[in-house]
Ligand binder design. Structure first.
Ligand code: PLP
Length: 210
């Protein structure tokens, strides 16, 4: 099943789009199966869960942090994750800068629906955050990530995030490499790719319902 799902999704996306398998609550054996069918990047939401799987998966797959990161978890997070997709404040960026012993690639999470009680930086504040983070030695901004609101038509939120991405890219800010645009999940990855995502995060579409 995992094999068929990955094959079907791969066929629907341009080659240049990375399929990140969202592996929260999935076992190491399920993750291994996905890896054997070509998945080379996974996303974990919780530091503790990622830590447990890390031992078994270390070096075999890139692990992204796709969940909200708390300050007190950063110390562990910098040891496990290859990239943190959910930086949304200067506070958390400074903590990563302080705790990491190497340059940590990060994405800025954009709250494209401007939803209260949701993670992500408000769209109008993203540029300033990128500029501030670009000055930190141990972080490298590699792009943007967004979780669209839970509505039928998510395209406008992807468009907004892509516009921001292009705007920041064109500014050519020192120490900022705008390469990754992470948008779209199982129910929206096709729209996201049409709107310029080059990394989609898929859980149930690969592994079945949780
Ligand atoms: C769980 C999760 C996904 C994948 O969601 P599905 O609907 O299962 O594809 C993508 N992004 C984030 C941040 C997630 O937490």
């Amino acid at each position: 099943m995992i094999k068929d799902n990955i094959t079907a999704i791969r066929k629907e996306l341009p080659k240049s789009v990375i399929i990140l398998a969202a592996t929260k609550k999935r076992t190491v054996s399920e993750v291994n199966e996905a890896i054997s069918y070509g998945i080379d990047t996974i996303g974990e939401n919780y530091v503790q869960e990622a830590k447990e799987k890390f031992k078994a998966l270390k070096g075999r797959v890139k692990i992204h942090c796709i969940g909200h990161l708390q300050t007190n978890k950063v110390k562990d997070a910098v040891l496990i994750f290859d990239l943190i997709e959910t930086v949304d404040s200067l506070k958390i960026a400074r903590e990563i800068d302080k705790r990491s012993s190497k340059v940590m690639p990060i994405l800025i999470e954009v709250n494209s629906g401007k939803e209260e009680n949701k993670g992500g930086c408000m769209p109008e504040d993203v540029l300033e955050l990128v500029k501030d983070v670009s000055k930190l030695k141990n972080l490298k901004v590699k792009g943007l990530m967004t979780m669209a609101p839970n509505v039928k038509d998510v395209r406008p939120y992807f468009k907004l995030t892509k516009d921001l991405f292009d705007k920041i890219k064109n500014l050519k800010i020192p120490n900022v490499d705008m390469e990754i645009l992470s948008m779209g999940m199982s129910d929206s990855y096709k729209v996201a790719a049409q709107e310029g995502a080059n990394l989609v995060r898929i859980g149930t579409g690969i592994f079945g319902s949780r």
